[in-house]
Structure formats: structure tokens, C-alpha cells
Design a protein around this ligand. Structure first.
Ligand code: GMT
Length: 402
């Protein structure tokens, strides 16, 4: 197949997942075209089946806000036509789904089938914002297929937007070869001393991640045992996290690494991964930690319970409950045999339930399905009954593919 993939090219989970998917599809022999304003962060230099097309936004003095959506639609139109794309798979509804729909309209109704994957904040934060609600709903209803990365996000999407169509769940996946247990002696020594436990967190440091809670949980752990906190990523909450670290007296024990290419090195050399978010639609970073045989301390919120099994592959606590999170983390870290067993089970779950091979096959099958659906101007029109919500409601568990 000839497949276009559009995503936010930054270090966030949706871009990481989209990039990994594109590379996996290219490895399977598909022709893959990435479209965005920059080369995706996780896209390696060269692959014979991968091209990157930049959407260049030209500025004009009249434009206070240069219209990236139009520049993207324009490059989507051109790439779809020149490379005769079969499928345009867009990740994150805003603006990608809208740009794809516009590009298809500019092709006069022909062009690739549009598959939209909703990743989380495009629904819960951006989509729920009054300015973007109707465009998001329109994007969902006008795509040929829509997927979410967890059952929770599917239910939220149906609840918030009430779209007249079905939404399928295709969970996130992990490259279990890249994210695997590491031999860490040197890395750990570089991060701290041999007798310290290492706690890690990887994110874009947005408010939803509750970075201050990460630091507070760590501060309590470090009062119980020698410990170090390693933070990979960057974002708006960093100054506040630094202040909390100073206030808690642990600033010297926290390493701010900034954005990292090789997150697997950070994850694979830690003893516990902290993700105490307000909500995660899935929590790709948690899955990547699990794949490295590292247990996860997460919150009982959003899609995280679909990834982390409390007391089996990690620990789940209520959002904001720093004391319980710290107490349970300390108990786990003081019992190395239990921690190792939990890490091994986490690795097993990642391999058994979220392996790249299985999930990429689900996307391939979905592309085949939308390509087999009849063509026509009413394509994607729920009134025609084609991917309409005739068989499911927001809480129908059978809609989940895994
Ligand atoms: O975590 C973020 O804030 C980044 C965001 C993104 O869109 O890049 O991540 C979302 O998509 C990931 C991949 O599907 C999910 O694993 C994350 O849970 C989700 N983030 C949230 O729901 C907050």
C-alpha cells in the first residue's frame, strides 16, 4: 500500500507512535510518506520505503497566525495525487484530520481513504475546547475510519462528541527489541552512585503529567533510602518542578536530562517509572518502561489501568495521592525480589499484549477494510450506514479489538 502519515513531529507520544508505525509499515514493504512541518523526532535518517514531505508555512504580514492547516492540506493534496496514496493516516485530530478532509475535497472527492487515530489530549483538552469542538467532531465523522488508543478514550470520544459512527480501539504498541532490559552498570554509575535506587519520568512536562507530584513522591522515597530521580523531557512545568525540588530539599538528587533521543537507556536503567498523571489516554511511556522490565507507579485514571495492572506490573494510586504513592513505592523498592518479579511480569505483558507486530497487523487490516469499502461522494457519510454506529454504544466492550 501507499500510505501517508501525518503527525505532530515532536517528542510527544502521538508523534512517537505514528513514527514507529510508519517505520514498521515500511519494513513490511509498504511505501510510507510522512507529512508534517518537520521531520518526526523519532524518524531515523534513511529508509528506502520512507519519504518525508514538509508542509512549509509561509508568513505574510497580514497573517497574525500563519495557517499551517492549509499548508498541510496543500502538501497532502499534492502527495496524495503524485504518489497515488491509498490511505492517509492522521494522528491527533487537530489539525491533521481537518487538513486531510480538505485535501481530499481539493482532489474532487477522489484521493486516499482517511484513517484518524485519536490520541488523548486532542479529545480531552483540545477537542473539548469550544474553539475546536465542532472541527474535531467533523473530523471524526468525516474520516473513513477512526481509532482510539484505549477503550477509555473511545468511550470518552463517544461521550463528548456523540458522533454518529463507530470508533475502533487499537492499543498503542512498543518495539520490544528497542525497549528491553539493559545492562546498566555504567549508565547507573553516571546517573548516581551504586547504592541508589533510580526513579524515572519521561514526558513533555505539561500540567496533565503532574510533574510536581513526581518530585514530591520522589522526595518522600529519598527520605527512606538513597535515591535519584531522572527526568527526561522538557516543557512548561519544569520551573515549578525545580522549585518543588528545592522546597523539598532534593534538588541535588534530581537530574533534568532535557529531551532525549535514547529514552530506552533512561528507562531501562531505572528501578521504578513514575507517571502520576491527571489522566493518560494510554501512557505510551509507561508501556515503554514495562517493556524494559521496569514497574510503573501510575494513577487509576484514563487508560492507564488498561496498561498497568495494580500489584502485578506496577502500582496504581488515586490522582494526587502523593502519600500513598510514596508509601507503596518505598515498600516495593525495599523489596528487590518483589520489584524484579513485577518488572519481569511487566515485560511479559508488554510482549504478550502490546507487541509491535500484532498491533501493526491490526492497522494493516483496517486499511484493507476501508479500501474495500465502496467509493463514492458519500464515502464516510454515516447516513449511508458505512462506518455508522449501528452496532455499538459508548460502553460496548465488544468494539475493542484488544
Ligand atoms: O502525553 C502527552 O501529553 C502527549 C500526547 C501526544 O499526543 O503526543 O500523548 C497522548 O498520546 C499518547 C500516544 O497515543 C498516549 O500514550 C498518551 O497517554 C496521550 N497523552 C494523554 O492522554 C495525556
Amino acid at each position: 500500500m501507499r500510505i501517508g502519515i501525518s503527525c505532530h513531529p515532536t517528542y510527544g507520544g502521538s508523534g512517537a507512535l505514528a513514527t514507529q508505525l510508519g517505520v514498521a509499515l515500511a519494513d513490511r514493504g509498504h511505501e510510507v510518506h510522512f507529512l508534517s512541518y518537520a521531520r518526526p523526532a523519532r524518524l531515523a535518517d534513511f529508509h528506502p520505503n520512507i519519504s518525508f514531505h514538509e508542509a512549509r508555512v509561509s508568513s505574510y504580514p497580514l497573517f497574525r497566525y500563519p495557517p499551517y492547516d492549509l499548508a498541510l492540506a496543500s502538501v497532502m493534496r499534492e502527495v496524495s495525487e503524485v504518489h497515488r496514496l491509498d490511505v492517509m493516516h492522521v494522528h491527533y485530530a487537530i489539525p491533521h484530520a481537518i487538513s486531510a478532509i480538505l485535501s481530499r475535497a481539493m482532489l474532487g472527492g477522489g484521493g486516499p481513504r482517511i484513517v484518524t487515530t485519536l490520541h488523548g489530549t486532542d479529545i480531552t483538552i483540545v477537542g473539548a475546547d469550544g474553539a475546536y469542538f465542532h472541527p474535531t467532531r467533523y473530523g471524526i465523522e468525516s474520516s473513513d475510519a477512526v481509532t482510539t488508543v484505549s477503550n477509555w478514550l473511545r468511550d470518552e470520544s463517544l461521550r463528548i462528541f456523540q458522533p454518529d459512527r463507530a470508533i475502533r480501539v487499537v492499543h498503542n504498541f512498543v518495539d520490544t527489541d528497542r525497549f528491553r532490559p539493559h545492562d546498566c552498570v555504567d549508565t547507573r554509575r553516571g546517573l548516581g552512585s551504586d547504592d541508589e535506587v533510580v526513579l524515572a519520568h519521561v514526558s513533555n512536562f505539561r500540567p496533565v503529567k503532574r510533574l510536581a507530584d513526581v518530585v514530591r513522591i520522589f522526595a518522600r522515597v529519598s527520605r527512606a533510602m538513597p535515591a535519584r530521580l531522572v527526568l527526561a523531557g522538557d516543557g512548561p512545568e519544569r520551573p515549578r518542578a525545580e522549585k518543588v525540588a528545592r522546597d523539598e530539599g532534593v534538588f541535588e538528587r534530581v537530574r533534568f536530562l532535557g529531551e532525549q533521543e535514547a529514552v530506552e537507556r533512561v528507562l531501562g536503567c531505572s528501578d521504578l517509572f513514575l507517571l502520576p498523571s491527571d489522566h493518560e489516554s494510554f501512557g505510551l511511556a509507561a508501556l515503554e518502561a514495562m517493556s524494559c522490565a521496569v514497574p510503573v507507579l501510575g494513577t487509576r485514571s484514563g487508560g492507564l489501568p488498561e496498561v498497568v495492572d495494580d500489584e502485578v506490573t506496577g502500582l496504581l494510586v488515586d490522582v494526587g495521592d502523593v502519600e500513598t504513592a510514596a508509601r507503596r513505592s518505598i515498600a516495593l523498592l525495599q523489596d528487590p525480589a518483589r520489584r524484579r518479579a513485577m518488572g519481569a511480569e511487566a515485560r511479559r505483558r508488554a510482549v504478550d499484549r502490546f507487541a509491535e507486530e500484532d498491533v501493526v497487523s491490526q492497522y494493516e487490516a483496517l486499511y484493507g477494510e476501508v479500501l474495500d469499502a465502496p467509493l463514492g461522494p458519500a464515502r464516510g457519510d454515516p447516513a449511508r450506514g458505512d462506518p455508522a454506529r449501528s452496532d455499538s454504544g459508548p460502553s460496548d466492550p465488544d468494539q475493542a479489538s484488544s
